[in-house]
Write a protein that binds this ligand. Structure first.
Ligand code: ADP
Length: 653
C-alpha cells in the first residue's frame, strides 16, 4: 500500500493554544501523563458503553487496559489503550480543532497572563481550566505521534505533529482498535521540571500520584536485574546479572467512591476530581454519600473552585457521571442534576439500575428521580455547611456560582427555602459586605412590613436612584439586586419566612407605621386638587410614555421618579427579554412627583395660571428624561433631551 501523508493546518485557536503549551514553562509538566491517562480511560469507558448495545464490539472488552512503554534509548514514551479509537474524521474534529465556545477570549487572557508572569512558570491551573488534555503532551514532547483505529472499523490512521501549526495524517495499520500516543521527549531539564519521563520510578510515582483510582489497569513492563547472592545475601562477585521482564500494574484501580471516606486522603479526592473534571485546580469542597432504601447508590460530589467558561452557554456540560455497579454508563447525565446546580461535578454509582438503560428510559426512571432528589439535598447541605463553617470559602463559591444557584429560586420550588437561605445579597446596609435574608430580617425595623429590594444594572445606579430616598431617610434597608437572574426570581418570590418582597420602585411606597402611612396618604390626597392642572398638562404631553402622574411619598430630594405597578415588568426585565430576541411591548410607567420640590411647586403654579404654558411641556420632557437618568436608565432620544436642556440653560443665564 502506498501512502501519502496529507498536511493539515490546526484551527487558529488550536494553534494559539499549542503555541502557549510549547513556549510556556509549567510548574508541573508531569501532569501531561494524567491527561493522557484520563483520555485513555474515557476511551475505554466509551468502548465498554458502546459494547452494551452493539454486541459485535463485546469481544473487544475482555481485557480493557492502558499500557505505558518507555524507551530510554530513543527517548520516547508511548501510551496505549484498547478503547474506542478514532476515525479519520474524528481525529480532524477532536484533535485539530477546539470547539469550545469562548476560546478566543480565554486565550487572550492567557497570553496576557503569560506576558505578565515575566518568565515565571505559568500557573497550570490557568490553562488547565480550559481542558487542554491531549495538547499538554507538548509540554514535554517536541513531536507527538498518534496511531489510532476506531472500534468497528478496519482502517487505522497515523497523526503526527511538532505542534508548529500543522499536522499530518495518513492511513496506517493497527492490529486492534484503540489508540497509541508516542511522545518524542524534549531534552531533560530538571530545573524546569522536565524530568526523565522514561525512568521507571518517575512514571510509577506520577501514575500513583495522579491516576491511582483509574478503573482500568495501567500496565508497564519493567526490568528486574538480579545477581546471584551468597549466604549473607550479598551479591556474589563476578556472578552474571540476570535480567527478567515483569509486567506490572501501576495503579490500585480502587473506585474511590466505594472506599470509606476515612480511608481516602484529601490528595486522592483532589486527584480524582482532576481526573473526572479535566480541571487542573483543586476543588473547593467535596462530599460523599451512600444511600440505601428505595434507591441504593453512592455518590461523590464536588464543588469546583472556579466557574468554567461555558457556565452560561446553552450547550455547556453538566458534570455528573453515571455508573451502574462500578460500570461507567455516561459522562454527562443531565437527569441527575438540575440546571441550577450544573457546576457540580462527580460520580453517582447506582446498585439498582439495569446496565442497558437508555437515555430515553433515564428521563422517566423512578430510581433516577430518587437519586436526583438525594443529590440535590446533599449539595444544598454541603453548601449550608460551607456557609456556616467557612465563610470565606463560601464567599468564593458565591462569587463563582451564586448567579447560577439563584436560578434554583424559580426552577426548584420544593427547595426554594433552602436555596434562599444560601443566597447572599448586596444591600444598603454595607458598601462591601453581602447579607443573607435571615440577617436582613433580623435588622428589619419594627414597623417594616416587607423585605425591600430594588433591581437595576449596577450598584451605584440603584443606590443613587431617587426611589430609595424616603427608605433611606427612614433607615430602611434595601437589597440591591443587579444580576439579570434577580429580575426573574423576585418576580416569583412572594414571601420568605413570612415576609413578603416589595420593590421600592413599584406600587405605592409603604413607609412608616400604619398610622404614619395613612397620614401621608391622606395628606397627598388632600393636595391632589391643587395639582390637578399640572397632572393634566404633564399627562397630555407624556401620553406615550407614562400611564399616570401622581404625587409621591418616596421622594425627599428629587423632583420626580418613575415607578411601576406591582406586577409591571421592570425596564431591566424588558431589556433582558428584548436582548433574548423576544418581542415585548414597552410598558408605560407612572410618573411620581415630589410635591415638596421647588420645581414641582413652580410648575404647579404655572399650570394653575395657564395649562397651555409652553414651559410646562418643555419641563415635562425634561422631568421625564431626568427621572430615567436618575435611575441609571437610557434615554430613548438623548440628543432631543440635551437640546432641550441647553435651551433651558441659555434662558436661565
Ligand atoms: P478533552 O479530553 O478535554 O475532550 P482532549 O484534547 O484531551 O480534550 O481530547 C479531545 C478529544 O480527542 C477527546 O474528547 C476524545 O474524543 C479524543 N481523544 C483523545 N484521546 C483519545 C484516546 N486515547 N482515544 C480515543 N479518543 C481520544
Amino acid at each position: 500500500m502506498t501512502t501519502t501523508a496529507e498536511t493539515f493546518e490546526f484551527q487558529t485557536e488550536a494553534k494559539q493554544l499549542l503555541d502557549l503549551m510549547i513556549h510556556s514553562v509549567y510548574s508541573h509538566p508531569e501532569i501531561f501523563l494524567r491527561e493522557l491517562i484520563s483520555n485513555a480511560s474515557d476511551a475505554l469507558d466509551k468502548l465498554r458503553y458502546e459494547a452494551l448495545t452493539n454486541t459485535e464490539l463485546a469481544p473487544l472488552t475482555t481485557d480493557l487496559h492502558i499500557r505505558i512503554t518507555p524507551d530510554r534509548a530513543a527517548r520516547t514514551l508511548s501510551l496505549e489503550d484498547n478503547g474506542i479509537g478514532m476515525s479519520r474524521d474524528e481525529i480532524v474534529r477532536f484533535i485539530g480543532t477546539i470547539a469550545k465556545s469562548g476560546t478566543k477570549e480565554y486565550l487572550k487572557a492567557l497570553r496576557e497572563a503569560k506576558t505578565a508572569s515575566d518568565g515565571k512558570p505559568l500557573s497550570p491551573e490557568l490553562i488547565g481550566q480550559f481542558g487542554v488534555g491531549f495538547y499538554s503532551s507538548f509540554m514535554v514532547a517536541d513531536r507527538v505521534t498518534l496511531l489510532t483505529r476506531r472500534a468497528g472499523e478496519a482502517e487505522a490512521w497515523k497523526w503526527e505533529s511538532t505542534g508548529d501549526g500543522t499536522y499530518t495524517l495518513e492511513p496506517s495499520e493497527r492490529a486492534e482498535p484503540g489508540t497509541t500516543i508516542t511522545l518524542h521527549l524534549k531534552p531533560e531539564d530538571e530545573e524546569n521540571g522536565l524530568s526523565d519521563f522514561t525512568r521507571e520510578w518517575t512514571i510509577r510515582d506520577t501514575v500513583r500520584k495522579y491516576s491511582d483510582f483509574v478503573s482500568y489497569p495501567i500496565r508497564m513492563k519493567v526490568e528486574r536485574r538480579e545477581t546471584e547472592r551468597d549466604e549473607d545475601g550479598k551479591p556474589r562477585k563476578d556472578a552474571p546479572e540476570t535480567v527478567t521482564v515483569e509486567d506490572i500494574t501501576l495503579n490500585s484501580m480502587k473506585a474511590i467512591w466505594t472506599r470509606p471516606s476515612s480511608e481516602v486522603t484529601d490528595e486522592e479526592y483532589k486527584d480524582f476530581y482532576k481526573h473526572i473534571s479535566h480541571d487542573w485546580s483543586d476543588p473547593l469542597k467535596w462530599s460523599t454519600m451512600h444511600a440505601e432504601g428505595t434507591a441504593e447508590f453512592r455518590a461523590l460530589l464536588y464543588i469546583p473552585a472556579k466557574a468554567p467558561m461555558d457556565l452560561f452557554m446553552r450547550d455547556g456540560e453538566r458534570g455528573i457521571q453515571l455508573y451502574i455497579k462500578r460500570i461507567f454508563i455516561m459522562q454527562d447525565c443531565k437527569e441527575l442534576i438540575p440546571e441550577y446546580l450544573r457546576f457540580v461535578r462527580g460520580v453517582v454509582d447506582s446498585e439498582d439500575l439495569s446496565l442497558n438503560i437508555s437515555r430515553e428510559i433515564l428521563q422517566k426512571n423512578r430510581q433516577i428521580q430518587t437519586i436526583r432528589k438525594g443529590v440535590i439535598k446533599k449539595v444544598l447541605d454541603t453548601l449550608r455547611t460551607l456557609k456556616n463553617d467557612s465563610k470565606d470559602e463560601f464567599l468564593k463559591f458565591w462569587g463563582e456560582f451564586g448567579r447560577v444557584l439563584k436560578e434554583g429560586l424559580f426552577q426548584d420550588t420544593s427547595n426554594r427555602e433552602a436555596i434562599m437561605d444560601l443566597c447572599l445579597f448586596a444591600s444598603t446596609n454595607s458598601a462591601s459586605d453581602l447579607t443573607t435574608i435571615e440577617e436582613y430580617i433580623g435588622r428589619m425595623k419594627e414597623d417594616q412590613k416587607s423585605i425591600y429590594y430594588m433591581t437595576g444594572t449596577s450598584r451605584p445606579a440603584i443606590e443613587n436612584s431617587p426611589h430609595l430616598e424616603a427608605f433611606r431617610a427612614k433607615g430602611y434597608e434595601v437589597l440591591l439586586l443587579t444580576e439579570p437572574v434577580d429580575e426573574v426570581w423576585v418576580g416569583q418570590m412572594f414571601e420568605h419566612k413570612g415576609k413578603g418582597f416589595q420593590s421600592v420602585g413599584k406600587g405605592t411606597a409603604e413607609i412608616g407605621s400604619e398610622e404614619e402611612r395613612k397620614k401621608s396618604e391622606e395628606e397627598l390626597k388632600g393636595r391632589e386638587a391643587e395639582f390637578k392642572p399640572l397632572f393634566q398638562a404633564l399627562k397630555e404631553r407624556l401620553d406615550e410614555q407614562v400611564k399616570e402622574v401622581r404625587l409621591s411619598a418616596r421622594l425627599t430630594d428629587s423632583p420626580a421618579c418613575l415607578v411601576g405597578d406591582l406586577y409591571d415588568m421592570t425596564p431591566q426585565m424588558e431589556a433582558l427579554l428584548k436582548a433574548a430576541g423576544q418581542e415585548v411591548p414597552t410598558s408605560k410607567r407612572i410618573l411620581e412627583l415630589n410635591p415638596a420640590h421647588p420645581i414641582v411647586a413652580k410648575l404647579k403654579d404655572l399650570a394653575a395660571t395657564d395649562v397651555k404654558d409652553s414651559r410646562i411641556t418643555d419641563y415635562a420632557e425634561l422631568l421625564y428624561g431626568q427621572s430615567i437618568l436618575a435611575e441609571g436608565g437610557q434615554l430613548p432620544d438623548p440628543s432631543a433631551f440635551s437640546r432641550k436642556l441647553a435651551d433651558l440653560m441659555a434662558r436661565g443665564l
